[in-house]
Design a protein around this ligand. Structure first.
Ligand SMILES: [Cu+2]
Length: 118
């Protein structure tokens, strides 16, 4: 005979299994993760494997001198997050993202891209 506790536990396990397949992970970025681009892009675009909750999803971009170069609040539509970039010259740019997907799970990650010199 199954106790109420055993039934509740099995329900929790099946929910956790479903959720693990539904987190929002970074699918692709523009500029591409780890890439070198010749000229400074005007915006950064991130596409995720799940739709995002705009109120709890954010991205921060810092330039070669460590200063923020993102133009504030990102625009989020479905599974895509875009943010304007201020030009800050050649060097390495760090992108740190933190998102809440519509399945209520948060994920985060970071990567770099490079802007080449003239
Ligand atoms: Cu999830």
């Amino acid at each position: 005979m199954r106790t109420p506790t055993a039934i509740a536990t099995s329900v929790l396990i099946s929910l956790a299994t479903t959720a693990a397949q539904a987190h929002a992970f970074l699918d692709h970025a523009n500029p591409l993760v780890g890439s070198t681009v010749a000229t400074a892009p005007h915006e950064l675009s991130l596409s995720f494997t799940q739709n995002l909750e705009p109120a709890f999803s954010n991205v921060e971009v810092t330039g070669p001198n460590g200063a923020r170069v993102d133009a504030g609040k990102p625009q989020i539509s479905g599974n895509t997050m875009r943010v304007g970039l201020k030009a800050a010259g050649p060097g390495t740019y760090h992108v740190r993202w933190h998102v809440l997907s519509v399945d209520t799970h948060t994920t985060q990650g970071s990567f770099t891209f490079h802007i080449g010199g003239p």
